[in-house]
Design a protein. Sequence first.
Length: 85
Amino acid sequence: MKNFTYVHRKALTIIAFLIVTHSALIGQQVGRGLTASNGVFIGFYEYKPTDYSANPNEKYPVMIFLHGIGERGNGSTELSMVLGQ
């Protein structure tokens, strides 16, 4: 029984950590968009570190997610579906 309680405590700690981490990421996301040369609006989400503006000389890694055309949606009203909101 003691081991069972330890497993639950560890699982709750991991879940709490994931919730806090997820909340921090949501606070950094910004829905943005641009108009392509053919006139089509393309929406996207941009994530920046919380101290991005405060440290203009700091170098940060860039991660770009390229997906299939079927996952793009309409770039505006369907953009929130990417995050499951």
